[in-house]
Design a protein around this ligand. Structure first.
Ligand code: SAM
Length: 369
């Protein structure tokens, strides 16, 4: 079985580790092909039942892979003897549809994808052109179910089965499928989120993506108006703005200034204090932390907050070192696990490199209610 994973360019090595760990959880070996800065990884897995692979992705969730699908490839779309000039008119639809047909299982959505790099984006016009034609063929064959996805929705329904066609270039394709948590709810794992004009920094989108990724359908229950939050390393205020925008009362801790409307928002109290030492007088619903610090220090700090009951839920960024990034993340996960279990606290921990993350990962740590 072939598995394709999208990732941030430069994190192919870490993504290969993700796939290898999931494969090992499923009891098979993974032979990964990585090209530095390609923004994707292809893995050849030993003989494996698709259901078992999907379960392995849920049991051993990838940290760096943004979107994963399992299928087949590479399929040659354009014969080598074709000249560049003839490529535009080549029939790519027939071999793609034949490859999808061999997977023989109908799906709800079709995503024609390319790598998230400058080179990859050159495939976007071709991908758009192919989408309508492949969709038509698949519908005729009963391989694409009639209910059209709501293309305008930022959140694709989680439980739909998605067919993926990945174009690493104009001449080859990988095809496959993903469903629910074993993949991403967004094509290429990229959420299309609208930047709110009033938010003071783009990192506001990182918090939105984190909430959708980690809370999913339970977001409105777990983060709602009237709750209390502490935002550590809050300036210029993108995360604080996002929380206050949802009606949450926020203590924003940072020596730097908050900018724009969030600075005078009645729901926001700005404290010029050290976020590494600050503690609220009574338990808050949320603590968020975007302080640039050693990842293990932040991981331990957040584990302390949750273990001591200073907050019920935490969302935080771990800024990664240049080297041995996966090891560092595992070290942080181990430290958090050890701290909360020493305190006898039952907690959930999830760690992902989000689309809006750069050389960092985002973590969600919550007491189990
Ligand atoms: N999340 C913010 C947003 O959405 O606008 C961006 C945070 S920025 C990446 C990091 C912030 O952490 C800086 O404003 C910096 O002043 C603050 N910071 C660094 N060390 C800190 C500390 N010990 N206590 C509080 N804030 C700190």
């Amino acid at each position: 079985m072939i598995v394709v994973a999208h990732c941030r360019a430069g994190f192919e090595g870490e993504t290969a580790i993700d796939l290898t760990r999931a494969a090992s959880a499923a009891g098979v070996d993974a032979k990964c092909t990585t090209v530095v800065n390609s923004a994707y990884v292809v893995a050849l897995l030993g003989a494996l039942d698709l259901r078992r692979w999907r379960q392995a992705l849920v049991d051993m969730p990838p940290i760096f892979a943004r979107s994963v699908f399992a299928g087949s490839g590479p399929h040659v779309l354009v014969a080598a003897e074709h000249t560049k000039g003839q490529r535009g008119g080549a029939d790519r639809v027939t071999p793609i549809v034949a490859a999808i047909e061999a997977l023989a299982s109908p799906a709800s959505d079709l995503w024609v994808e390319f790598a998230d790099t400058n080179d990859g984006k050159e495939m976007s016009t071709l991908a758009r052109a192919l989408t309508a034609r492949i969709e038509g063929e698949l519908r005729r064959r009963g391989l694409l179910l009639a209910s059209a996805p709501n293309a305008k929705s930022a959140i694709a329904p989680r439980n739909r089965k998605r067919l993926h066609v990945f174009l690493p270039d104009g001449a080859t394709a990988y095809v496959g499928s993903s469903i629910g948590e074993s993949g991403s709810p967004w094509p290429m794992g990229i959420p299309r989120l609208k930047m709110p004009h009033a938010a003071p920094s783009r990192s506001t989108l990182k918090l939105v993506e984190a909430l959708i990724t980690f809370l999913g359908d339970s977001e409105t229950a777990k983060l709602r108006a009237g709750m209390r939050a502490v935002d550590l390393g809050a300036a210029p205020g993108g995360w604080t703005w996002q929380l206050a925008h949802r009606g949450v009362r926020v203590t924003a801790v940072d020596n730097g200034p908050l900018k724009g409307e969030v600075a005078s928002d009645p729901l926001v109290t700005h404290l010029r204090s050290d976020g590494l030492r600050f503690r609220p007088k009574r338990q808050v619903d949320w603590v968020t932390c975007d302080i640039v610090e050693q990842p293990l220090r932040i991981a331990t700090l957040m584990a302390d907050w949750i273990a001591d009951g200073a907050a019920r839920r935490a969302l935080f960024n771990l800024k990664l070192p240049m080297k041995r990034r996966y090891d560092e993340v595992l070290r942080c996960i181990d430290a958090i696990d050890a701290r909360v279990s020493r305190a006898g606290v039952d907690a959930t921990l999830r760690v992902r490199q989000l689309y809006h993350d750069r050389a960092e990962v985002t973590a969600y740590l919550a007491r189990v209610d």
